[in-house]
Design a protein around this ligand. Sequence first.
Ligand code: G3P
Ligand code: CA
Length: 266
Amino acid sequence: VPGVLAPFEGGPPLVIAHRGGMGLWPENSLFAFERSTALGVDMLEMDLHLSRDGELVVIHDATLERTTNGFGEVADHDLADLQALDAGYRWTADGGESYPYRNQGIGIPTFAEVLAALPQIPKVVEIKVPEPDLEARLCEQIMESGQRDRIIVGSFHDRSLQRFRSLCPTVATSAGASSVRLLVLLDRIGLGSLLSPSYELLQIPARHSGVQVATPSLLDTAAERGLRTQLWTINEQPEMQRLLDMGADGLITDYPDRALHLLRLR
Ligand code: G3P
Ligand code: CA
C-alpha cells in the first residue's frame, strides 16, 4: 500500500497509548483518548465490538462486567443501552480503595465519536470479533472519515483481517496471529528472508508465555522486510529502554507518560 504509512515513517520511536493508556485512565474511553493525545502520544490503540443494532463501539471485552456497571454481552445490547453505562465505574489505581472515575459521565464511545473528536491523531484499531458486518462497517467509517492514512487495522483473527484487506485495500493492516507465528518460526530457523508480507506492520507481544518474542534478530528481520514493529504491552521503563535499544519502532503501553518521559531524556 504505497504511501499509506507515510505519517508513521521516520521520526523517533512511537509511543502508543494501549486502550488509550489504561494505566492512567478508564480504558477505551474518549476521556482516556483525549488525555493521552494531550499528553503527546503518537498513536492511540483501541478495540472494537459491534452493538446488537450494528454500531461499532470501542470496548475491549465481549462482556461488560470488568470495565462498566453493566452486565452481559456487548453484542446483546443496543447502542442506546451501552451508551447509558458508566465506563469509568471499575477503574481503580489503588487496588479498589478508590474509584475516582465513577459517575463522572465517562461512557462507552462509538468508533465514530472517537474519529470525530480526535481526527488528527493516528490510531491502531483492533477488530475483536471476526464478523463480516463489523469489518464492513469499519471500512465504511474509515473511508468516510478521511482518516484512511492515519489508521492501522489489526486483529488476532486472520480471516477477519483477510476479509478486511479485500474490502479496504488502501488501509494499512498489521499481521494477524498466523503471520506472526510464521514470521517467528522463519526467523528462528534462519529463513526470515523468505517472508513476503501482505501487511505493513508487525504488532507483537514483547513476551508470550514466558518466551521472548521480540528478539534482536526478529526485529532485524522485520526491518529488512520493510515492516515496522510495535510491541505490547510495555509498562516498565527498563524494558522500554531495552526494546528501544533493540530497534523497536513503537511501544504500546498502558503508561504513555513513562515512555514519553524516557524518550524525552534520550
Ligand atoms: O495491539 C495489541 C494489543 O492491544 C493486544 O492486547 O488484549 O489489550 O487487546 P489486548
Ligand atoms: Ca487491543
